[in-house]
Design a binder for this molecule. Structure first.
Ligand code: GLN
Length: 447
């Protein structure tokens, strides 16, 4: 803990941590030491973990990087976090992110931007940018992020880490501040596959506080990392041939596919005609869900309340106008529009139908192949401000990550070399729902 506390201090300019729990982390560490001495330590004894600023931790502030939650303290702890604490992990602090998880660059945060430690003029990715940089810059051993449409995998790719989005429902969402409830997942950042697998196996599983959490048993992922079979791999022609793809990422992705072929695995090119519908589907459905989820922040129940109101109506209006950032407001407006009576069928219902088609295509493909491989991102980490004036350009960053989110299947990003400027490249692997064990074993083989 002292080692990490020192690093956090010397690398404070990266702005990964929003709050460091110095005292409680040291106290917890002393307790764990005692447990280790008496042979009663849990499976994560001494593992130092940072958590994204959207996960509730009892008696600690949580803001979702938004002004609207300024000063809000949680009365309970998220199930995912509690399970880590129960196994003697040490929670060292709260990590920066895009407001309510909305963004791909960590530029939309009331706490300011987080810098990528590989090149400080570049974004760390988002929305879990702080969680990525905390592990990248050695400020904690692993961190928790959330992934609704790529927010763990994309920053993992930009910072050279292993990042997983589990199957939707694998990890309880109790205590996670909602963005888009039918997409939201809690994921893990780590330097290697075994750490990631261990943390995931402890967090995952049924939870009485979240009725959508799957009751399926959770295999011991970290004990199933051995891999020696021959597998079938698909890659999607349209993802590799997309003009948006940076040439070095294409080269490195094709190189891995080639290597796998040479090692005796079956590697097939498959057509994916739905690629162009994925982002619109994702952004229609997530903004719809967000506009509904974020209606609870009204100045009455949580955090910030405007000091300028003159009646109840203006209190709601001014609190929300002053409390939400630009991107969040854009999404509330978009979501409200696609849910409005006259446009509901044209946008929301239609997008749900397309979601079903994408899900069926993906699941069908993953019943014939063990894995789908593709780049995690179309480019490596971009410069601050590069997409700030163009929301659509920013949304395009999520081109490759949203398929798994729309389909609910697990997906993982691992490092796959660097580009000409030395920036990390990510490789994305998807497997069918609840096949995290297979995903980890394959990722372990590739890293
Ligand atoms: N960049 C995507 C978005 O803004 C993904 C965010 C996420 O996964 N939380 O919606």
């Amino acid at each position: 803990v002292n080692y990490y506390l020192k690093n956090i201090q010397t690398k404070a300019h990266l702005n990964a941590f929003v709050e460091v729990y110095t005292d409680s982390a040291l106290e917890q560490a002393a307790l764990v030491d005692e447990k280790i001495a008496s042979g009663k330590a849990g499976r994560l004894a001494g593992m130092v973990i940072g958590i994204k600023d959207v996960l509730c931790y009892q008696n600690h502030e949580v803001n979702a990087s938004s002004k609207i939650l300024e000063g809000f303290e949680s009365q309970f702890t998220a199930t995912a976090v509690q399970r880590l604490i129960d196994e003697d992990a040490i929670i060292i602090g709260r990590l920066n992110c895009d407001e309510f998880g909305m963004g791909s660059s960590n530029e939309n945060s009331i706490h300011g931007k987080t810098l990528n430690a590989a090149d400080e003029s570049r974004v760390p990715g988002g929305s879990s940018g702080g969680s990525a940089v905390a592990v990248q810059a050695n400020l904690c051993t692993v961190s928790l992020g959330t992934d609704t449409g790529g927010s763990v995998r994309q920053p993992a790719a930009f910072t050279g880490l292993v990042g997983i989005k589990p199957t939707y429902s694998r990890v309880s969402r109790w205590g996670l501040i909602a963005y888009a409830s039918s997409f939201d997942t809690i994921g893990v950042f780590s330097r290697n596959v075994p750490d990631n697998a261990l943390v995931m196996q402890i967090m995952a599983g049924p939870d009485d506080f979240d009725s959508t959490a799957s009751r399926k048993p959770v295999p011991a992922f970290s004990e199933l990392l051995h891999f020696e079979k021959r597998v079938k791999i698909a890659y999607l022609k349209e993802t590799i041939e997309s003009p948006a793809l940076q040439p070095e990422i294409k080269t490195n992705t094709l190189a891995i596919l080639d290597k796998l072929k040479q090692e005796g695995h079956q590697v097939d090119e498959v057509n994916f005609p739905l690629l162009k519908y994925i982002l619109p589907t994702y952004y229609i459905l997530t903004t719809a869900e967000a506009s509904s989820n974020l209606s609870r922040f009204d100045g009455v129940k949580y955090g910030y309340r405007t000091p300028n109101a003159h009646n109840l109506e203006s209190m709601y209006k001014m609190t929300r106008s002053e409390g939400f950032g630009e991107e969040v407001k854009r999404r509330i407006m978009l979501g409200t529009f696609v849910l409005s009576a006259s446009y509901y069928d044209a946008y929301f219902t239609k997008a749900q139908k397309v979601r079903r088609l994408i899900k069926e295509f993906t699941e069908d493909l993953l019943s014939k192949y063990d894995y789908i491989i593709m780049p995690t991102t179309p480019s490596t980490a971009f410069k601050f401000g590069e997409h700030s004036d163009d929301p659509v350009a920013m949304y395009l960053e999520d081109l490759y990550t949203v398929q798994a989110s729309v389909s609910g299947v697990p997906s993982l990003s691992i490092p796959n070399g660097v580009d000409e400027s030395g920036l990390p490249i990510g490789l994305q692997i998807m497997a069918n729902s609840f096949k995290e064990a297979e995903l980890y074993a394959f990722a372990n083989y590739l890293t």
